[in-house]
Design a protein around this ligand. Structure first.
Ligand SMILES: [Zn+2]
Ligand SMILES: [Zn+2]
Length: 153
């Protein structure tokens, strides 16, 4: 029985290297100052909007230095001098932020201790409105206080 010849799925054009395209570098032989996106991230940097300045050639192309790497496994290289620090809050920063918000949203009256979804006028009134003037607080506007407040009350 004749075997059905499978067509090659990924037909890639062979393109000779030229000066018209981005410079290409092989893995392990990168000039200084060029980093992959992942390497940038590890340094806490991001490309900062600039496009890749060079191509990181795939492993396969290390054996074909005369051809341009247009394989999907190629990487992109970014100029570290154009990179910007990445501003992603760490978990600790988020907690600190939440603590700060909690302090502004929680009624300090020991028998209350409710945390509201908005900031309380602590500088002027010093408590929530219900503790201040008896206006019942909308139950959907606060979270029940932690259990220790109930115990202390
Ligand atoms: Zn390649
Ligand atoms: Zn209160």
């Amino acid at each position: 029985m004749p075997r059905v010849r499978r067509k090659r799925r990924r037909e890639l054009k062979r393109v000779p290297r030229s000066n018209m395209t981005l410079p290409e570098h092989d893995r392990g032989a990168l000039p200084e100052g060029l980093l992959t996106r992942r390497q940038l991230r590890e340094k806490g940097l991001s490309p900062g909007g600039h496009d890749p300045v060079a191509v990181l050639r795939c492993k396969y192309c290390a054996f074909r230095p005369d051809q341009s790497c247009n394989h999907p496994t190629r990487g992109w290289l970014y100029d570290v001098s154009l990179a910007r620090p990445k501003r992603v809050p760490t978990l600790a920063q988020e907690w600190a932020l939440d603590r700060a918000m909690a302090a502004r949203q929680t009624c300090p009256v020991p028998t209350c201790g409710r945390r509201y979804v908005f900031c309380l006028p602590l500088k002027t009134i010093g408590s929530c409105l219900e503790c201040h003037e008896g206006t019942p607080a909308d139950p959907s506007s606060y979270f029940a206080p932690p259990a220790k407040h109930l115990l202390a009350a």
